[in-house]
Design a protein around this ligand. Sequence first.
Ligand code: FAD
Length: 155
Amino acid sequence: MPAHRDEEEDKPCRACSDFKTWTKLQNKSKITTPSKPLPKQAKECPLDKDELGRSTWGFLHSMAAYFPDKPTKVESDNMTKFFNIFAQFYPCEPCALDFQEDIKKHPPKTKSKDELAKWLCERHNIVNVKLDKPVFDCSKVHERWRDGWLDGSCD
Ligand code: FAD
């Protein structure tokens, strides 16, 4: 993914870059002595693209896994609104733009927990394919995000 910058402040966008890229960009935009070592990832720093992604997917899949089996119309409509608003404000801009395009083609399916979890799993797989990551088996989405693996390893 190309390096993105925070346009308002003209500095590298940490939420749009993996940690290595961000560190390089950060060092380019600072006047540093050439021999200075790159900073190590410290605790409790702003999230980079991958940390943000992992945490966000965890939240989104968990939210889908705990959505009602039979939502009311209001719950269903609000979940659709949530994803449209989420796609507008996700802090990694290039990720957000692609996600907006994807959900335009594949609008949120919010008629039940199973439908929503499957829809979200498919959205995540679109990103996985783009990033050359393995495709997740969506039949196992509730094992991963709600019930724990059938082999008992999460019990
Ligand atoms: P992640 O992809 O973060 O997955 C976390 C865990 O979810 C996995 O360990 C696995 O157990 C489980 N999982 C994997 N796939 C699925 C699935 N299909 N359904 C259910 N569970 C699954 N990064 C970019 O570089 N470019 C982008 O355009 C981009 N777009 C993004 C859009 C969104 C909406 C989000 C939330 C993130 C995006 N990211 C993007 C970040 C990217 O998806 C990853 O989060 C990041 O690369 C870290 O990947 P990871 O290998 O740790 O696992």
